[in-house]
Design a protein around this ligand. Structure first.
Ligand code: ATP
Ligand code: MG
Length: 851
């Protein structure tokens, strides 16, 4: 479900995604005729059903697409087939195999489109006419009956099959024919037969494809609804176990109240999408595809919170039910059930906290709000900064008799969307093809320099990077980004010696694409392609280190450790893996030591490029879930570490020189991350450390035992601090005695105004100590502390009351002399100011209050 090799998509949203490279002609399929089931997720981009899900009964976020495919020449029946077979077989399958009543089926045919210059699909119409009553054939426009995978690329007319599952009485009242493609929940499309026969160019024009293909897609859950004779996908056994578990957990009943039903459907649907995504390697996160998954889960949490009154995490508990249902067919679920539960539970906790926080903020906004309408910008702030859903804001406002300025909210949202759209906007030109029938072969395991020919190129313009060229060569030593390893950099040299830099290399639908800022000169002639050797070598070392690290982690922590992602570049490596707790210092040391031992052993690379997948697995190779592997795979061995890997590696582990773990953190619940460095970077790291250490030694008079010296200093410092403290105490005691002698008697009050230059706390202590020993005391202390003026006023509690004196007022008054202010209680108050020169005046003025 998670796509890696296609920059235009985050998730598989149609059955054809996995076959795109064949439709585009980038590579040749091993089989020309295929039938399959494909997990799809329709939550972003061109296919986005998210807002429908739960509200209706037949759109899901994640669903299984059943399909049959013909890829290749349909005129040769040993290779491919086209419209006639696709239509006849679909009909045969539905009506004879599955025995669906023929009279309940309707089919649609493309009516043609003037702007595109396409005619009605009469070929399909004629084929259908031989099979079904003409009354059951409808014509459809481009929106429903012309399928395109994106703005550009292979596309073609489609023929859909719809089924009417209403009761006979209802069918009599309104003909099913009038309900096709009208959003009726019981007259739904179940199968779409797409006839790929055009290519959409960058300028929007259509071009006939030399090779025509069949692409069909049928929703498994909708078919189940028909076959099980129920009226909603959620009444099939795909969903009933989940719904009944939700009933048990929440105490709510399904099928009685519309809002509760919607919430239950949302949760039953979304837990599938999120669990499958996590098992396929996509964890919820704050960016990109991870953020899409987080948003799906948050939608479910929020529906539970509002409509099922669930204030604690509970969705994670549904994982067990789902794994029990689907685990046999999808073993990746079984293998990762605990991980899925943990991740979902933690996401639930954190979003429930966000919701609680948002509710408080919203309450404050409502309190401060004037009038009956909350400004849209406020709701947007809640949504954007705190992730608080706007529909929840509306609902709460409604409950309090207020409304939301929806228009202003939408406007703010649109501004933000446009901004990110602008940033991501790009224009992709058509491929200019120079050579046909030339494979783009990767030869970079064996060489970093090769003579190559340009097969095709195109220009792309993106807001982010400006104008770039994408070049495809007949063969290339450049490694395209993949398996966590970054793409190679380097240059291509034209026949006339002109040099064009390759700034990155990526794989797209199985095509190796080189990115340059200009088109090289003399494109018809041969080039020399040269990979940046240093960059590659540093990267390869880090890649090999990830394998050794993986093995070390499994040895130290156990076989439950599985790779969950990695990044390998010239500077460092990052390795994510499943493990339940933070690694302690001992474990990290052991892991580091094991990797360094493998480096010491100088293990040679043992590479096997074409070994059957099953044999590799039997030999103990570790396959990564979510990676695509062919029948034949490449295995990489260093000693006992065996992994399936397409990346580039060192010839001998000695090249790594040394391995240092620089960080260990958490990525998500149950997933840890280690960052590490090797070779040159590790050398610099250690050299810097030694330098810093030497500096330290110098500061410690070149001691040979700096730790000892430091420890002594530390101890001495501690001792000195203690001494200072006791000295201060003694001093204060003396001061207290002195001050007592200085007290004056004014109108029966013991009065003293004096500059003592203590800090605020010490003054307070002193004042209260004196107060405890002397009755009827009135004190004013002044202090100049680092250029700031402080005043402290203490008045005996009884005195303050009897003579109606107020320390707070007094310091405020006196504070004027020191250009400051203050306050406090009637018996004790302090003031601060920026003019220490005024302290004397303030103290002088103090006596006025009691005279
Ligand atoms: P609809 O108009 O009902 O949204 P669609 O035109 O988007 O369907 P296609 O893109 O042609 O559907 O996909 C082929 C088949 O996949 C459909 O006939 C249907 O059975 C199934 N399907 C499509 N979208 C969904 C979905 N969100 N949930 C479940 N099944 C779906
Ligand atoms: Mg749709």
């Amino acid at each position: 479900m998670v796509l890696k090799d296609d920059p235009s998509l985050m998730f598989t949203n149609a059955g054809m995604n996995q076959f795109k490279e064949f439709f585009l002609g980038n590579s040749k399929p091993k089989y020309h005729q295929i039938a399959d089931t494909q997990k799809c997720l329709r939550v972003s981009g061109k296919h986005n059903d998210l807002e429908e899900v739960g509200k209706d009964t037949y759109h899901h976020t994640m669903f299984e697409m059943l399909g049959n495919w013909s890829i290749g020449d349909p005129t040769d029946s040993s290779v491919g087939y086209f419209k006639m077979e696709a239509i006849e077989w679909a009909w045969e399958f539905l009506t004879e195999e599955l025995k669906i009543d023929k009279s309940s089926l309707y089919v649609t045919v493309f009516e043609g489109d003037q702007a595109d210059g396409t005619a009605k699909d009469d070929e399909a119409y004629q084929i259908w006419k031989r099979i079904v009553d003409e009354n059951q054939i409808l014509l459809g426009d481009k929106k429903d009956n012309f399928w395109e995978m994106g703005d550009q690329g292979p596309c073609g007319p489609a023929s859909e099959i719809h089924v009417d599952i209403r009761s006979p009485e209802e069918k009599l009242k309104v003909s099913g024919k009038d309900l096709v493609n009208k959003d009726h929940p019981q007259v739904v499309e179940i199968w779409n037969l797409v006839f790929i026969q055009y290519n959409r160019l960058a300028n929007g024009k259509l071009q006939e494809l030399p090779a025509k293909h069949i692409d069909t897609g049928m929703g498994f859950e909708r078919l189940s609804m028909v076959m099980q004779g129920v009226q909603s996908n959620y009444d099939t056994d795909v969903f009933t176990p989940l719904l009944s578990e939700i009933e048990t957990i929440t105490g709510c009943a399904y099928g009685k109240t519309e809002t509760i039903d919607i919430a239950m459907r949302v949760i039953a649907d979304h837990v599938r999408a999120v669990t499958f995504a996590i098992a396929d390697g996509q964890l919820p996160s704050s960016t990109g595809a991870g953020y899409v998954i987080r948003r799906i889960l948050r939608r479910a949490i929020r529906y539970g919170f509002t409509f099922l009154n669930t204030k604690e995490a509970f969705i994670f508990k549904l994982v067990k039910v789902l794994v029990f249902q689907m685990g046999d067919a999808f073993p990746e679920l079984q293998k990762q059930d605990t991980l899925c539960e943990n991740v979902i539970q933690e996401e639930e906790h954190s979003f429930l906290r966000t919701l609680a926080q948002g509710l408080t903020l919203l309450d404050q906004m409502i309190d401060k709000n004037k009038g009956n309408e909350l400004p849209g910008e406020k709701a947007f702030e809640l949504y954007d900064t705190y992730g608080f859903p706007v529909d929840l804001t509306s609902l709460i406002l409604e409950e309090k008799g207020l409304t939301l300025d929806e228009k202003a909210f939408q406007k703010a949202l649109q501004v933000q969307k446009n901004r990110s759209k602008d940033a991501a906007a790009s224009q992709t030109g058509d491929w200019k093809v120079l050579l046909t029938n030339e494979a783009d072969q990767f030869i970079g395991y064996d060489t970093l320099k090769a003579d190559v020919k340009l097969v095709k190129y195109r220009k792309i313009i993106s807001k982010k990077d400006g104008e770039l060229y994408q070049l495809v060569f007949n063969q290339t030593p450049f490694y395209p980004e993949g398996g966590g390893q970054v793409g190679d950099k380097g240059y291509v040299e034209s026949a006339n010696g002109d040099v064009t830099y390759v700034i990155d290399t990526k794989k797209e639908n199985n095509l190796i694409i080189h990115f340059t800022k200009q088109l090289p000169e003399q494109i018809e002639k041969a080039f020399t392609a040269v990979v940046d050797q240093k960059f590659r070598a540093l990267t390869a070392r880090n890649h090999t280190a990830t394998h050794l690290l993986h093995q070390a982690l499994r040895t130290v922590l156990g076989a439950h450790v599985e790779q969950k992602g990695s990044l390998v570049n010239a500077n460092y490596l990052r390795f994510d893996f499943s493990h339940f707790s933070k690694l302690n210092e001992e474990e990290l040391k052991q892991v580091e030591a094991l990797v360094n031992a493998r480096i010491q052993e100088q293990l040679p690379l043992v590479e096997n490029r074409n070994i059957p997948y099953h044999q590799a697995i039997e030999n103990g190779a570790i396959a990564l879930f979510g990676e695509k592997y062919g029948d034949e795979v490449r295995t990489i061995n260093f000693g006992k570490s065996t992994e399936l890997c397409g990346g580039t590696h060192v010839q001998n582990t000695a090249e790594l020189w040394h391995f240092i773990i620089t960080q260990e953190t958490s990525v998500a619940s149950g997933i840890r991350r280690i960052e590490a460095i090797t070779s040159q970077v590790a050398k610099t790291y250690l050299t810097d450390k030694v330098k810093a250490f030497d500096q330290l030694r110098k500061m410690l008079n070149n001691s040979n035992e700096p730790e000892k010296v430091l420890q002594n200093l530390h101890d001495e410092n501690f001792q000195l601090k203690k001494e200072i403290e006791s000295l201060k105490k003694a001093q204060a005691k003396n001061l207290k005695g002195d001050l007592k002698n200085e007290l004056q008697e004014v109108n029966g009050i013991k009065f003293l105004a004096k500059q003592v230059d203590l800090d605020a706390n010490a003054m307070k202590d002193l004042a209260f100590q004196l107060g405890g020993e002397v009755d009827n005391l009135f004190l004013i202390f002044g202090a100049d502390v680092n250029g700031k003026a402080l005043l402290t006023c203490y008045i005996d509690k009884k005195l303050a009351k009897n003579k109606q004196l107020n320390a707070g007022q007094i310091v405020r008054e006196l504070g004027k002399h020191i250009q400051g202010g203050g306050g406090g209680q009637p018996f004790f108050a302090t003031a601060g100011g920026k003019n220490p020169d005024g302290i004397a005046k303030a103290l002088q003025a103090a006596e006025n209050f009691i005279k």
